[in-house]
Write a new protein. Sequence first.
Length: 343
Amino acid sequence: MLVSLYYLKAIRTVMKFEHGALGVIGCLIAALVGVNVMNPPLNQTAAPEQAMNMVTAAGPQMRPAESLLNSIGDGKAGHIPSAQTLWKAYRQMNYDFKAVVEEDARVPRVALAKLPRDIGAVREVQKRKAIFFKTVLPLILKVNEEIRADRRRLWKIRYRKSTGQPITAVDRLWLVVMSERYKVKRDDVNALLKRVDIVPPSLALAQAAEESGWGSSRFVREGNAIFGQWTFSSQNVLEPKDRDEGETHGIKTFANLTASVKAYMHNLNTHRAYREFRASRFTLRRVGAPLDGLVLATKLKRYSERGWAYVLSLRSIIEGNKLRGLDDARLRDKPIPEDEPAA
């Protein structure tokens, strides 16, 4: 009897501790959500790696050729390598864009904080396009890689919930943050799976080229804005010179190119204007079809005031540059994740 009373007291003590711990976690959740709501991280987000002013290479196994990118420039704050310097670096590291498109070659895990200021002065059109594509593609793949990791975690949580298994406190907190970030009802995993998804590299590259003038626009040079995202905020904004009288929008600026890519994908994944895009992507997932950038481009007529003319331009870029071969591209030194279950 005494032993039973001892265990009963011990159990009560543990329960009190757990209730207290849950209370602390609840406070942390409220604080974290409050910070995310009041200060959204995507307005001026640093890259997953250290925010950089020059070219760097990041990865679990950086290759000697890729480490060349760390030595470009004089290392002073604000230094940006020239287009020619960058072109030579890509060649020395055997970064062959054609091989990526046609032979499924892996893409170097490199990141550039800013595009070369003189990219628009490169006279050879194909060379200028190649520099632009080679610079932006690794950033797109990196952000997609992070989104895929979130999707895998969501699928695991969905499975645990469907089989009646408990969800850990850490995963519950993560779901709260994700729900706030992606603007869905709390704990609605199915709604999150419709939004937490990648953008095909072919489509992202075509939009980057179209919106930035192949990297030569003022918005890219001054604000790393490669996707021309509008904002009505008074902070971190560039005013369009050709803005019509009475309009108040500006172009959102970013600390680096990776932040611009992250914000662009988050925009497509959350804004009500792109519900048709998300619905079409979800349908492709549900029937087990690949996410085709050429198909999904038809769902972005609301991205630009040009409407269907804009869509046709995107499709022309994708087809003219054979970008559909990039939709299965992956970064080096990372295993290709297994196919996920149908939605």
